[in-house]
Design a protein around this ligand. Structure first.
Ligand SMILES: [Ca+2]
Ligand SMILES: [Ca+2]
Length: 200
């Protein structure tokens, strides 16, 4: 049994998967400094999540989002992340950030119910100024894969409307407080003056 296991392991190393999976059509990534967290002084946040890297890969069928944290700064109990996506490359549509009109929001929720949701920008009667989206309505969820310092989620590309594979995005890491009733932002990327990370 042991010999067979060893042979299989060697065979696995000798024959990597064909093409390494589906072709990536569009890709964007960025790094972020270690040690630039905002809430280091907040006593409620024992381990402020410190972003160091994020990427978005777009294949024919899927959108893969990866967020990586400085070693040991991802607290599985409290660390969440929000990724704002401008999928039509139009800063005048979606929720407004400087230079980024976020048509969708992906949330990597913290804690026991660990999952990712995708939400679309919505306008309702309470929005001010009127006609500009002021909230995000979740419509699909998927699992979050957690490794030591990384979170990954994959959504079907078909979930996104007006999307040709290119997008702009930014990432906000936060700590979930009081059983999710509050949050404290711990890091943001990219840092100014950059306003977004381009996926092209
Ligand atoms: Ca950072
Ligand atoms: Ca937009």
């Amino acid at each position: 049994m042991l010999a067979l296991t060893v042979v299989l392991a060697i065979a696995g190393c000798s024959f990597p998967p064909l093409n390494g999976g589906p072709a990536v059509r569009f890709h964007g990534e960025a790094t972020d400094p270690i040690g630039d967290t905002a809430s280091v002084a907040d006593a409620r946040v024992a381990r402020p999540a410190d972003l160091v890297y994020a990427s978005v890969q777009v294949t024919d069928d899927a959108l893969r989002l990866t967020v990586r944290f400085a070693p040991h700064s991802l607290d599985p109990a409290t660390t969440g992340a929000a990724i704002l996506l401008d999928t039509d490359l139009d800063p005048e549509t979606g929720g407004r950030n400087p230079g980024l009109g976020a048509d969708y929001l992906v949330s990597f929720h913290a804690g026991a119910r660990r999952e990712a949701t995708i939400a679309r920008a919505m306008t309702d009667a309470e929005c001010t100024p009127p006609g500009i989206p002021c909230r995000y309505e979740p419509f699909e969820h998927t699992e979050v894969v957690l490794s030591n310092d990384e979170m990954t989620a994959v959504f079907p590309r078909s979930a996104l409307a007006r999307f040709d594979g290119r997008l702009n995005f930014l990432v906000i890491a936060y700590a979930s407080l009081n059983d999710g009733r509050g949050t404290a932002t711990s890091d943001h990327m990219p840092n100014l003056p950059a306003q977004f990370i381009a996926v092209r």
